[in-house]
Design a protein around this ligand. Structure first.
Ligand SMILES: C[S@@+](CC[C@H](N)C(=O)[O-])C[C@H]1O[C@@H](n2cnc3c(N)ncnc32)[C@H](O)[C@@H]1O
Length: 577
């Protein structure tokens, strides 16, 4: 197969430092230091596509003269997205570049979109724009429903319709216009408005869709989608308005809790108990420029959902302020979890989720992850301050800190309950004794001078027993470094750009968090235990420790949204007073 330089990544050579810098943002930047001369030549040559084997053969000798393995180098360049496999440049070429840069396989993504069917209920200011964006992006089949005719005022809210189409059915004109936009996109139409008596027709028309966009606003829309979900399990994404605010999400399917039915019941409950609707002619606003923002975000989430199975808007609603572009993510699930009065702690059993996280950690924990960017340099500084005869890394994950300890300790033991994590840790090398074991069951044959617990106590129910266990295996001069999720960040229920909305400061208990990958895509849900700083510190003091320092490391990139959020708290304790 042919390979070439990634066309959408700036790749530069910094002559004074003899290094290659690829990428533009903290999410995609890679640096190659001490660049060997042959590599620079190879990269320059790869401006023109060439067969992998040809390149490997051509540079084999110069690479081995400098003690490099050319196949390994080429594969690393591909893995780091500096070099990519080429493809035929069709109409989707620039989309393919975007998918590749997003860490997705372009061919798989485009094939998945081609084979997908998306339903759109309502083809007004939002639905028609979503249809146009999805058809242009290569969705194979669209099913659209609407019973309305095009009016003059529609022409302000969407650019899909034309003056000559005023008076025609929206879905008929949309179908004709989409055929001109992308003749490969199949379009099927249903001439009805969403209503209770037509629901069975909607269910059979949309039954083979991969996802449905709800862009119609009858007042009982959520009730009808709830009923649809009692018969067919098709994910539905809502898009529209909340007052003057643009709104995208939630995405929910028949198994979601809450589902559309619960949202509808909640609205009904609020209406019955507190309000009486007076204006019978209520209509949501519809403003062209904002429709495009909502439609673009909705289309992007639909594409992500189809290609990856995930979306940041699962059970969440994104609200966009058109005055200052502030956004707010409202998390229904989190809200219900935290407000439930019947909270109780589950066991520590989150093994399955850690399997998923192990896959992510393998490739990204030491790359662009927030832990790497925010925590690792500080932790390294603390670790390398002293030398230790014995060190213990509890919940070591892929051994990031075990290997740092290996630089300054005669003996490093690392424990984790997850086998996958330990397999990756072992692969990464070092003179470290990796043991698959829960700390509470660990029978130590010696005391440790340094113990690190990084992001592990928050996954443990009976954490006080673990803290006592730590003390029982710590030497008299010993130090403990304990990293926990920041309690202020964990108390935040939503955020408006860089401002946090803190609603659950005093709540302590189970918290279900969505783990995201380096691109913000959903990985899995992880149960953890939210505890406040005072709880952790006092538990260590009660177990016989004293506090040496507290640090809340800050994201170093001033342009990053996270620069203003405290993600982690790093606590240093010593034995006794
Ligand atoms: C969020 S990861 C942190 C990994 C690593 N310390 C780091 O900072 O990169 C939490 C790790 O703790 C492990 N873990 C969870 N409960 C544990 C327990 N009771 N005993 C030992 N390890 C545990 C998990 O398997 C997982 O690898």
């Amino acid at each position: 197969m042919k390979i070439q330089l990634n066309r959408s990544l700036p790749i530069k050579y910094v002559e004074a430092e003899n290094k290659i810098v690829c990428g533009q943002t903290f999410m995609d930047i890679t640096e190659i230091e001490d660049c060997p001369a042959f590599l620079l030549e190879l990269l320059e040559e790869l401006n023109i596509p060439a067969e992998f084997d040809y390149v490997a053969e051509r540079y084999n000798q110069s690479a081995s003269e400098e003690a490099y393995n050319i196949n390994e180098i080429l594969n690393n360049l591909i893995e780091e997205k500096i070099v990519s496999y080429t493809w035929e440049q069709d109409r989707y070429d620039r989309h393919r570049l975007f998918f590749e840069l997003s860490g997705m396989n372009q061919a798989d993504s485009m094939n998945t979109l081609r084979d997908a069917t998306v339903g759109i209920i309502g083809t007004g200011g939002i639905g028609s724009n979503v249809a146009t964006l999805l058809a242009a992006a290569g969705i194979g089949c669209l099913k659209v429903s609407d019973g309305d005719l095009i009016e003059e005022s529609n022409l302000t809210r969407t650019t899909t319709f034309k003056e000559s189409q005023i008076g025609t059915l929206k879905i008929d004109s949309l179908k004709a216009n989409l055929a001109e936009q992308n003749s490969f996109c199949e379009v099927h139409t249903l001439t009805h408005l969403l209503s209770r008596d037509k629901l069975h027709e909607f269910i059979s028309f949309f039954s083979d869709c991969d996802i449905l966009v709800l862009s119609a606003d009858p007042s009982n829309a959520f009730e009808l989608i709830g009923r649809l979900h009692s018969e067919i399990n098709i994910p539905v994404i809502n898009a529209g308005y909340l007052g003057r605010m643009g709104l995208v999400g939630p995405i929910m399917d028949a198994h979601s809790k809450p589902g559309f039915e619960q949202l509808f019941n909640r609205d009904v409950f609020e209406n019955i108990n507190t309000t009486i609707r007076i204006n019978k002619k209520y209509q949501a606003p519809s403003y062209g420029p904002l429709n495009y923002i909502v439609s673009s975000i909705c289309s992007h989430e639909v594409i992500k959902f189809i290609t990856t199975g995930n979306s940041i808007l699962k059970e969440k609603r994104l609200i966009i302020n058109p005055d200052n572009y502030e956004t707010l993510v409202y998390d229904y699930k989190k809200d219900l979890n935290l407000n439930s009065p019947t909270q109780h702690y589950p066991d520590n059993g989150t093994t399955d989720q850690f399997d998923i996280i192990a896959d992510f950690y393998k490739n990204h924990r030491e790359g662009a992850s927030l832990n790497r960017v925010i925590l690792d340099d500080y932790v390294k500084e603390v670790i390398l301050k002293r030398e230790y005869a014995t060190a213990l890394d509890i919940g070591c994950g892929i051994g990031t800190y075990s290997r740092m300890l290996d630089l300054c300790s005669a003996r490093v033991v690392a424990l984790d309950t997850n086998k996958k994590m330990l397999d990756v840790a072992r692969e990464k090398g070092g003179q470290i004794e990796y043991i698959q074991c829960d700390l509470i069951e660990y029978e130590s044959d010696s005391l440790f001078d340094f113990i690190i617990l990084s992001l592990v106590l928050d996954h443990i129910n009976d954490y006080c027993s673990y803290i006592k266990k730590v003390r029982s295996i710590l030497s008299r001069e010993g130090r403990v470094l304990c990293i926990v999720p920041n309690h202020v960040k964990d108390s935040c229920t939503s955020h408006q750009n860089d401002k946090m909305v803190i609603e659950n400061y005093f709540y302590e208990g189970v918290q279900t968090k969505s783990r995201l990958d380096e691109h913000g895509n959903f990985l899995c849900e992880l149960n953890s235990f939210k505890r406040n700083l005072s709880t952790y510190v006092n538990s260590f003091i009660d177990a016989g420790f004293s506090l040496v320092s507290i640090k809340e490391p800050r994201h170093p990139d001033k342009m990053h949204l996270g620069h203003n959020f405290p993600y982690f708290t790093v606590l240093e304790f010593k034995y006794g007073n």
